[in-house]
Write a new protein. Structure first.
Length: 179
């Protein structure tokens, strides 16, 4: 079962020089912003990965403004799981579930999702918070991940699932974010 106590949000490679080439760029940024705000409000851990940040830039400021609890990990492999720093960070928590979003859907997000699943994690792909340069690559990545057993969700769906009940402080915070 996905709960805020056994899950971590992983945002893959949403970087300055990559974001400008993405399809549905504004929708991606908006959904990632809501997702990050919700996860932050729920006081959950966040990991941001950055592919060759010295060449591709840092994670875009549009989504990181106000984030204080995120861990940034530089990587050179497509899959996050192939980076020792990422594995160490994941293993340091009691995570059973990975909430996954980012770019590019058919490369780094896909390979990370498959590796995480093969290593025993429940992977929940936030389908409205991923993108690729071409819509067809995004669509095929989603289909392939579904075939492999990755669970699909949306920004709003995952935030309500994590808040758990229609009441209380968590629910109120999430309502403000999604409206």
């Amino acid at each position: 079962m996905l709960t805020k106590n056994n899950s971590v949000l992983v945002i893959v490679d949403v970087q300055e020089r990559l974001i400008t080439a993405m399809s549905r760029q504004q929708a991606l940024i908006d959904n990632l912003g809501r997702l990050l705000s919700g996860i932050t409000a729920l006081k959950m851990p966040i990991i941001l990965t950055e592919q060759y940040p010295e060449k591709l830039g840092r994670t875009v400021a549009d989504i990181t403004t106000g984030l204080h609890n995120a861990t940034s990990i530089s990587k050179h492999s497509f899959s996050c799981w192939k980076e020792p720093a990422f594995i160490n960070e994941i293993n340091s928590g009691n995570y059973k579930n990975i909430i996954l979003a980012g770019i590019e859907a058919h490369v780094c997000v896909y390979q990370s999702a498959i590796d995480l699943m093969k290593n025993g994690y429940g992977v929940h792909l936030v389908a409205d918070a991923i993108s690729a340069r071409k819509d067809s690559n995004r669509e095929f990545a989603i289909k392939r991940m579904m075939q492999e057993g990755i669970k699909l969700t949306t920004t709003e769906m995952i935030l309500f699932e994590l808040s758990g009940i229609a009441g209380g402080e968590d629910f109120k915070k999430i309502l403000k974010i999604i409206r």
